[in-house]
Ligand binder design. Structure first.
Ligand SMILES: Nc1ncnc2c1ncn2[C@@H]1O[C@H](COP(=O)(O)OP(=O)(O)O)[C@@H](O)[C@H]1O
Ligand SMILES: [Mg+2]
Length: 473
């Protein structure tokens, strides 16, 4: 574990950006359910940069006003030890940039259904941000301005969220220093108006998202790969963009038309709003046949990032358990302060006659109360100690068990371990004893598979992937 930072315990670093670091953290006093949290904090060397601090706080103020399923939620922001920070929902997953890189390396594109689902979520989130008002009803005029794949977060349980309104343009930021606002954002995903440092509006985000969609359907970045920033800027502002179907002919015509419309250099020719673009995406989605075999986001992410999924699950579980333990031992600590003499007196009284008990009550009711309290505390202590010990054994006595990630094609198969139903469907992670031989069975409708497996100590090798075949008649 890392250091304590204000009300937060930092657990592990997730990312380091140009100006800030992102940590997985937990609130030291919060219930377990609010775990885990992500803390974004400014790198110490930027503390003196007041223009940057203003921008960082503007980000916090902007997202504070945004509560939406597809925008990362913020809990708190402020300063501790002279370091500015934002505390937000931790999205347990990967960013779209990391997923695209995996697919681009394999020369593959993501399943079309997933691309459309992402477009739907992102455009909904963007439209919400673009139209947001503050608590007093004032239109905020938000433009994200840094729409790039790393700012689209994908969670292992299938959620899609926008982050990093760090350079967002809004009513709040209009008074910021000019030089901070000039060409920012991620080269390769800028709009022509950003490159030219012209005034921007919401349509700038639609162009940038057009670049992302183009990359998703073609399997290659549109501008990012170019040799220099100048070449990128030139291409965005001047070079004609080839129809995406000339790069990947299997892209459906209707979808290609949506992407090319978002990528118009003249913003008057683009969609006027994210909602308008979203309507076209939804029209196209509704025309498509539902494919029940299509791989879903959780399946893809857990397969592509199995080691990360397992490692982070363990880190989060451990942090949560540590929290539980702290709570339990906190109570036990209080109980140790109970006067032992009182406990002894109490047991003496228990053996005494009823009459004496009554007499005592008449004479002095107060001592009885003081025996009752240790009784309750003592019983609670016993209960907590027993619970703590049970929990401890449950969690730590399994040092010989390891996490095994099990997936199948097609997914959603029932998993059997040594002939017994494991009560889980693929993909799943199971805790198994290291070095023991297991026979895994998989059943889904008429399909099945069976393989032996011996869990090892290395997470990379504790992955089981099987292709189901028709059951023998
Ligand atoms: N709330 C979060 N939950 C999980 N990961 C996050 C979260 N916020 C950021 N990240 C990860 O950290 C990276 C950088 O965060 P970001 O806010 O975009 O900072 P920067 O301004 O440096 O780009 C993101 O691309 C993402 O991978
Ligand atoms: Mg970012």
């Amino acid at each position: 574990m890392l250091e304590r930072f204000g009300d937060y315990q930092l657990i592990t670093k997730i990312a380091t950006g140009g100006m800030a670091e992102i940590y997985l953290a937990k609130h030291v006093n919060s219930p377990v359910t609010s775990m885990p949290i992500a803390i974004k904090r400014i790198l110490r060397q930027h503390n003196a940069n007041s223009a940057f601090i203003k921008m960082f706080l503007a980000e916090a103020r902007i997202i504070c006003n945004l509560t939406h399923d597809h925008i990362v939620k913020i809990y708190d922001f402020g300063r501790h030890d002279d370091i500015y920070y934002i505390a937000m929902d931790y999205v347990f997953g990967q960013n779209l940039g990391q997923l695209l890189k995996k697919y681009e390396q394999k020369g593959k594109t993501l399943p079309l259904d997933l691309i459309l689902e992402t477009a739907d979520a992102v455009l909904e989130g963007l439209d919400f941000a673009h139209n947001a008002r503050d608590r007093n009803g004032h239109f905020l005029n938000i433009v994200h301005l840094d729409m790039n794949p790393n700012n689209i977060l994908l969670s292992y349980d299938g959620r899609i969220k926008l982050v990093d309104f760090g350079i967002a343009h809004a009513a709040y930021t209009q008074s910021l220093d000019r030089d901070l606002k000039s060409v920012q954002g991620t080269y390769g995903y800028l709009s022509p108006e950003q490159c030219l440092e012209q005034p921007v509006d919401r349509r700038s985000d639609l162009f940038s998202f057009g670049i992302i969609l183009y990359e998703m359907v073609s399997g290659k970045p549109l501008f990012k790969h170019m040799e220099s920033d100048a070449a990128i800027l030139h291409a965005i502002v001047r070079a004609p963009i080839p129809d995406v179907r000339s790069v990947n002919p299997v892209v459906p015509r209707e979808l290609a038309a949506i992407i090319m419309k978002a990528l118009q250099k003249d913003r008057d020719k683009r969609y006027a709003s994210a909602a308008e673009m979203l309507a076209d995406i939804r029209r196209f989605r509704s025309m498509r046949e539902f494919d029940p075999q299509a791989e879903t986001l959780p399946i893809i992410l857990k397969r592509e990032f199995a080691a990360h999924f397992i490692k982070m699950t363990q880190i989060i579980e451990k942090a949560q358990t540590a929290y539980l333990m702290d709570e339990i031992f906190k109570d036990i600590g209080e109980i140790e302060e109970v006067n032992l003499a009182e406990k002894i007196r109490f047991s003496e009284v228990e053996g005494a006659s009823e009459r004496r008990d009554d007499e005592e009550e008449e004479a002095d009711p107060a001592p009885r109360k003081s025996w009752l309290l240790p009784l309750i505390i003592g019983a609670t202590a016993l209960f907590l100690v027993a619970g703590g010990i049970a929990l401890y054994f449950l969690l730590f006595s399994q040092s010989e068990t390891v996490e095994v990630f099990v997936s199948s094609l097609p997914p959603e198969a029932d998993i059997f371990v040594d002939g017994r139903d494991a009560g889980a469907k693929t993909p799943a992670s199971l805790r198994l004893i290291k070095g023991r031989t297991y026979i895994f069975g998989f059943h889904k409708g008429d399909l099945a598979a069976e393989i032996p497996f011996v869990p090892g100590k290395d997470a990379e090798h504790n992955k089981v992937f099987v292709k189901l075949r028709p059951k023998e008649q």
